[in-house]
Design a protein. Structure first.
Length: 239
């Protein structure tokens, strides 16, 4: 798929095609590290966060990251933002028995239908790369946060080394879709082929760090597996 052909319509189609096997396929594509990094990011957030009454999971999908966070602590309210109604329904089903008020919100990162300064913690778990405009997305996230609110980002990374970027890009272009297809016996279109287009549009990790710092005070920015995974935690400066 050409980079210029990427759109929310294409993204929604890919996400909804993956729903029946989303969690299993994502785990296979991550070589079994998905849960590990969700838990690592959630633990890091717990170390730094104070009282969190309202949590916003941006790109909530079927609710996997929200579930990981809820095993660490329970905010009073969880908002799940997603462009897919079907994904929001999956999240509702997954989170309804965890003793938290969950409110699904349909929308896109660049134009979230949320009031300013209402969120204590905004989370992007393997979803920021789906933003059509990362700078605008982070600016809007900043607007929704309360004073001294936090933002947590967990995503695939784009290493500084050109060789590593090329190898990792090839992994998402060909290897990950193939192993998911073989493991899950996917017939027809393979939604995991769409990840490569989002990887192409990612800034390198150093650029991502700079973009985050334009709106937030960075508390932690960690790279794992030679920069192939990043976790960032940052706070909104008091106005």
């Amino acid at each position: 798929m050409r980079r210029e052909s990427f759109s929310w319509r294409v993204l929604i189609e890919a996400l909804e095609e993956s729903i029946p096997v989303y969690e299993e396929g994502s785990s296979v594509a991550s070589l079994g590290t998905l849960r590990k990094f969700r838990e690592k990011a959630a633990s890091l957030m717990v170390e730094k966060a104070g009282e969190v009454k309202v949590l916003l999971d941006e790109g909530v999908g079927p609710g996997g990251m929200a579930e990981a966070i809820l095993t660490k602590f329970k905010p009073k309210i969880v908002l799940g933002l997603d462009c897919s109604v079907k994904m929001l329904k999956q999240a509702c089903q997954r989170l309804e028995d965890l003793g938290v008020k969950f409110y699904p919100v349909r929308g896109v990162f660049e134009y979230p239908p949320l009031r300013p300064q209402t969120i204590d913690l905004a989370v992007f778990s393997f979803s920021l790369r789906d933003a059509l405009n990362i700078k605008q997305t982070l600016s809007e996230a900043n607007n929704t946060l309360k004073s001294n609110g936090l933002i947590l980002i967990l995503d695939i990374g784009k290493p500084k080394s050109r060789l590593l970027r090329a190898l990792y890009g090839f992994y998402w272009l060909a290897v990950a879709p193939l192993i998911v297809k073989l493991k899950l016996r996917i017939k027809g279109r393979n939604p995991w082929k769409r990840i490569y287009s989002t990887y192409q549009r990612l800034p390198v990790n150093s650029q991502l760090k700079q973009i985050v710092s334009e709106n937030f005070k960075i508390l932690t920015f960690k790279e794992y597996y030679l920069g192939c995974v990043v976790i960032a935690l940052a706070s909104k400066s008091a106005s």
